[in-house]
Design a protein around this ligand. Structure first.
Ligand code: AMP
Length: 325
């Protein structure tokens, strides 16, 4: 099944001379690494093709490679590939342009079809796992740089293989990536985990100021003043949310950060039990069952969101107790 769709994707890539690769807004390492690795693999395999990876750049992710300027004017003969994003509304840098065909490669659960050809596998740890599978199973080429990006995307999105979407397949793909490219994977971790001291201090602020409910919710509201005091930006809390896993008695944790520039609350939610993406969807969000996000301009949404998450923890705990009885 997956092999069939991979073959179809490869054929489309082979057919088009112009290819644009995009991913979601507010990218994380998996989104960036998946688009850059796919671009570089297509360019390596088919040097005559014009392939670009688009979207707003993030300076701390320059380590994965540089993005390109959107430069195609005639899109009627252009293939668009979107990775790590379920809906067209969240794709960064493609505007409302008409592409000849669209391919989606993603691991977010989504019932709506948005592309001509879709490979959606919500059992995959990451978009990079899917791109690695595509490259390893077709004639697309791999080099050390491409393998490094894929490795880091998988490690990052699976949170170092801690998240339940990590499967035997994830490890098999990682093994093949390392064997076939001979990357020195330990030396790559600096790219993901090295942080400036002010971020460590901000981490300490979050630890000190998290609030806990009796039902197992941990939450914190982060104001623009706090961000300024620590010299961090609105993307920083998103990069730290996974660090707060495994707190005893905490089932769900959320960071609610006010983005002054865009006048919007950026919400990160993680869970180790209750399903949270359905709650995130109520607040203009979505994501995975246990890793979701939302964006809302309405301050009145915040107490409601906290209440919903707390209630989900309560119901989850009650169900667990029933099962134990
Ligand atoms: P984050 O907390 O930003 O790392 O996001 C966790 C997951 O939720 C990722 O898979 C995101 O793609 C998804 N997500 C975040 N924000 C939104 C949103 N506003 N709408 C839909 N999905 C989102």
């Amino acid at each position: 099944m997956a092999w069939d769709i991979q073959k179809k994707i490869y054929k489309k890539i082979k057919k088009y001379k112009y290819i644009v690769i995009a991913r979601h807004t507010g990218p994380d390492p998996d989104a960036i690494a998946s688009q850059i690795a796919l671009r570089d693999s297509i360019k390596l395999t088919f040097p005559e093709k014009k392939v670009i990876a688009v979207g707003a750049g993030v300076s701390k992710f320059k380590k994965f490679g540089l993005l390109d300027k959107s430069e195609f004017t005639n899109l009627s003969d252009t293939l668009l590939i979107i990775t790590d994003v379920p809906t067209k509304e969240r794709v960064d840098g493609i505007e409302e342009l008409k592409y000849s065909e669209i391919i989606k490669i993603d691991h977010h659960p989504c019932e709506k079809k948005v592309a001509d050809l879709e490979w959606v596998d919500d059992t995959a740890s990451s978009a990079c796992q899917l791109i690695a599978e595509l490259i390893l199973n077709t004639n697309l080429k791999l080099d050390q740089n491409i393998a490094s990006n894929l490795f880091l995307g998988i490690v990052s999105d699976s949170d170092r293989f801690l998240i339940a979407y990590t499967t035997v397949k994830t490890f098999k793909i990682i093994t093949r990536l390392i064997e076939e490219s001979q990357i020195d994977f330990v030396s790559l971790y600096d790219k993901l985990y090295e942080r400036p001291i002010n971020e460590i201090k901000f981490h300490g602020y979050i630890s000190e100021n998290l609030e806990f409910t009796d039902n197992g919710l941990a939450y914190i509201k982060i104001t623009p003043e706090i961000l300024k005091n620590y010299g961090v930006d609105t993307a920083t809390p998103s990069n730290m949310i996974n660090d707060f896993n495994y707190i005893k008695d905490v089932l769900v944790w959320t960071f609610i950060t006010f983005d002054e520039k865009n006048e919007i609350f950026k919400i990160n939610i993680r869970s180790r039990g209750p399903i949270i993406n359905e709650i995130a969807m109520k607040y203009n969000g979505g994501g995975h069952k246990f890793a979701s996000g939302a964006r809302t301009p309405k301050e009145t949404d915040i107490p409601n969101l906290i209440k919903d998450l707390d209630e989900a923890c309560k119901i989850y705990k009650e169900n667990i107790l029933v099962q134990v009885d």
